[in-house]
Write a protein that binds this ligand. Sequence first.
Ligand code: GLU
Length: 429
Amino acid sequence: MSQATLDHPQTQDAAQVQSPLDLAMRLFESAADRLKLSENLREMLRTFTRILEVAVPIRMDSGAIRTFTGYRVQHSDARGPFKGGIRYHPEVTMDEVKALAMWMTWKCALVNIPFGGAKGGVVCDPREMSPTEIERLTRRFTSSIQPIIGPDQDIPAPDVNTNPQVMSWILDTYSMNTGRRALGCVTGKPITVGGTLGRLGATSMGLAETIAAAAKTLGMPLHEARIVIQGFGNVGSNLAAILHERGCRVIGVSDVNCALVNRSRLDVPALMRHVRETGTIQGFPEAEEVDREALLEIECDVLAPCALGSAINRTNADRVRTRILAEGANGPTTTIADRILREKGVFILPDILANAGGVTVSYFEWVQGIQSFFWTEEEVNSRLKGIMRTAYLETFAMAEREKIDMRSAAHMIGVRRVADAIETLGLYP
Ligand code: GLU
C-alpha cells in the first residue's frame, strides 16, 4: 500500500492524519497475520458485538433543550464482561469509539484481567457546559445505555474529560433505575461511594512502572532523565508528579491552552497547585511558554503523549527526539509515525501496554465492590505493579522471540488470548 493511502496526506490537519479505526484495524490484521488466525476467527474478532447510538436530549441552564449524540460500542466479551471508559469530547465519532473499544479488548487480554472491551462517548464540549448540564447529560446518557450495561454485562469507567464525579452520577442513575445499589456497575468512582484507593493515579502509576522497566532494558538511568508530557489531565499530571518524585526532570508539559518548558526542571508540585487554582498550566511563572506542536520535538529521554489520538503523525514524527515513547493516550501514534520512530530507534511502550494501569485498577475496584471488601492503597499499588511488570516482560519476551517491535508483540499476545477464549467457548447455538 502506498504511503499516500496509509496516512491520508491530503488532509492538512495533522490531527486527522489517519482515522483511529484504520489504525486499530491495521494493527489487528497484522497481529492476525502473524498468528496465522483462520479467516473465521479473524472475522469474529474484527466485528463488533453490539453498537448503540443514542440521542441525549437535555435541558440547558438557559432553558433551551439540546440533543447530543452518544455511543456505546461493545467489541468482544469473550474473556469477560465488556469494559471501557466513556469520553466527552466534541470530536467523538462512532468510528473512534469502535477503535477504542477494540483496543480495550486487547488491553484487558494483555494484562490478563477477565474483561472484554467496550467504549462509550458523547459528542459534546464539556468545557462549555456547566456542572449541572454535565450531570443531566450523564444521567440521561446512562439511562439510554442502561439496557446494555451492568456489573456482569458492561462496566463503564472514566476516559477523556470524565472523572470520578461523572462516575458517581452513573452509579446513582443506574441504582435509581434498577432499584438496587450495584457497586460493580461502574469503576473510577469516588472513594466515598465505593471507589478504590489508587484508581485516580492508576494509569500514571502503571505508565511509570513500564517506563522504569523500559529504562532498565535500555540500561538508561531514570534519575535526572528528561521527561516531556503532552496533556495535563488525570494521566499526564499524575505521571509528572510520580516521575518528579522519583528524581526525573520533567522539562516540558502541555495542555489544551499551551505548552511549557523549563530546561532544568519544572517544579511539578507548584505547577499542580497552579492548575488547581486556575484550571490550566498557562500562566505558570517558572517556565517558558512554547508552541504546543514544538513540545513534541524537544530532545528528551521519555516522551509521554497523554492527550488524544494521532498526536504523533507523519507531519512531526521525524522531528521527535526521544529514547522512549510511553503512550499514556490511546492511539497517539499513526501507522507511518510508528514506522518512522522505529527506524530512528525509539523504544515504544505501546498504549495497550503502557496505559493499562487504569483498567487494571478498575478491575480491582470491581472486585472490591462486588465483595464489599476494600483493600489498602499499598495492596492496590503492589498488585498493579506486579501485573504491569508481568505484562511488560511477556511483551518484551514476545518481541525478542518473534524479532518484532513491542506494539506488534503486545497485539499478538492480546489477540491470541481473545482468539483462544473464542475457540474454547465454541459457537452458540
Ligand atoms: N479509559 C481507560 C482506558 O482507556 C480506563 C478504562 C477502564 O478503567 O475501564 O484504558
